[in-house]
Design a protein around this ligand. Structure first.
Ligand code: C2E
Ligand code: CA
Ligand code: CA
Ligand code: CA
Length: 279
C-alpha cells in the first residue's frame, strides 16, 4: 500500500483534516510570532529623477529564526484569510509611525516620506481611521509624511464607505497611493473619485520597458495621466539603467527598485540614509 501512496495522492486531496490542521498550526505560529515581535520592518528607498532619496516603502518580513526570514508573499494572503492581517497591519503601522517620529529628528531622514501597504481588510474595518489617528497621536509621527498604499482591489468594495474612510484619514493629513496601477480593476473614473496623492506604476510595465514597445506606451500614458490628475508618480521594480533613463526622460517623479536600493532592515536603512546619530 505504501508504494501506491504517490498514485493515490494524485487522485485525492490531502485530507481535509490535515489541511485544517496545517492552517491551525500556521495561524498559531503567526500569533506567536506577532507576540514575540518576529514581524520586522524592512525599508526600500525611493529616489527622484536626480537620484536624491525622497522616501521609502515599508515591506514586512517574518523572522522565524536567526536564519529563517520569510517574505510577505508567503503569509499576507493567509493573514488576510484568517483575519490576522488586522493585527499584523496595526503592528506595521505602529512601527512605521515610530520610525517617522524618530526620523523627524534627523535632518536627512526627516525629509523622507514613508509608504505603508494597507490591506483592503483594514480599509473595511470601520475602526481603522480612529486606530490610525491614535497611532499618530501616540507616536508623534508627522502625518503628512505617511503614505498608505492601496491596491485597486479596494475599488471592488463599497465605494461610498471606502471614500468616506479615505476622506477621514486625509483629514488627519495622511496621503494615499494607488499601488500596482494598471493591473487590476482600474477605471479612470476612480482617479477622480478617490482622494489619491500618488500612483505607483506596477513593475510588470517597468520590466518590459525596452522589450515590449507596448509597455513603453503604457508607462508614458500613466505618467501623462498622473500629471493631468496632479498625482505624484512612483515607478517600481527599476532594475536596469535603461529603465531608469526612460523613466527620468519621461518625467517620472520618483522610482524604486533593485538598481537603486534593495529592501533592508529599518535600522540599516536609518544608518544608510540618516545624517548620523540614530539607527
Ligand atoms: P508591493 O507592494 O508591490 O511591493 C513591492 C515588492 O517588489 C516587494 O516585494 C519588493 O521587495 C519587490 N521589489 C522591489 N524592487 C524590486 C525590483 O527591482 N525587482 C523585483 N523583481 N522586485 C522588486 P516583497 O517585499 O516580497 O513584498 C511583496 C508584496 O507583499 C508587496 O508588494 C505587498 O503587496 C505585500 N506586502 C509587503 N508588506 C506588507 C504589509 O506590511 N502589509 C500588507 N498588507 N502587504 C504587504
Ligand atoms: Ca506597495
Ligand atoms: Ca507595488
Ligand atoms: Ca505587487
Amino acid at each position: 500500500a505504501k508504494a501506491d501512496g504517490r498514485n493515490v495522492a494524485r487522485f485525492f486531496d490531502p485530507g481535509m483534516q490535515d489541511a485544517a490542521d496545517r492552517r491551525a498550526a500556521f495561524e498559531a505560529a503567526m500569533r506567536n510570532g506577532l507576540s514575540l515581535g518576529q514581524f520586522r520592518l524592512f525599508c526600500q528607498p525611493q529616489f527622484d529623477g536626480a537620484g536624491r532619496a525622497v522616501g521609502a516603502e515599508v515591506l514586512v518580513r517574518w523572522q522565524r529564526g536567526e536564519h529563517d526570514l520569510i517574505g510577505p508573499d508567503q503569509f499576507i494572503g493567509f493573514a488576510e484569510e484568517s483575519g490576522l492581517i488586522l493585527q499584523l497591519g496595526e503592528h506595521v503601522l505602529k512601527e512605521s509611525c515610530r520610525a517617522l517620529a524618530r526620523w523627524h529628528l534627523d535632518p536627512q531622514l526627516g525629509r523622507l516620506k514613508l509608504a505603508v501597504n494597507v490591506s483592503v481588510h483594514q480599509m473595511r474595518d470601520p475602526g481603522f481611521p480612529a486606530s490610525v489617528a491614535n497611532i499618530l497621536d501616540g507616536t508623534g509621527a508627522p502625518p503628512e509624511r505617511l503614505y498608505l498604499e492601496l491596491t485597486e482591489s479596494v475599488f471592488a468594495e463599497d465605494m461610498h464607505e471606502i471614500t468616506q474612510r479615505m476622506h477621514e484619514l486625509r483629514s488627519h493629513g495622511i496621503c494615499f497611493s494607488l499601488d500596482d496601477f494598471g493591473t487590476g480593476y482600474s477605471s479612470l473614473a476612480y482617479l477622480k473619485r478617490f482622494p489619491l496623492s500618488a500612483l505607483k506604476i506596477d513593475r510588470s510595465f517597468v520590466r518590459d520597458l525596452g522589450v515590449d514597445p507596448g509597455s513603453a506606451s503604457i508607462v508614458e500614458a500613466i505618467i501623462a495621466l498622473a500629471r493631468n490628475f496632479k498625482l505624484e508618480i512612483v515607478a517600481e521594480g527599476v532594475e536596469y539603467e535603461a529603465q531608469r533613463d526612460f523613466l527620468v526622460d519621461g518625467g517620472c517623479s520618483s522610482m524604486q527598485g533593485y538598481l537603486l536600493g534593495r529592501p533592508m532592515p529599518i535600522d540599516e536603512f536609518e544608518h544608510a540614509y540618516g545624517a548620523a546619530g540614530i539607527g
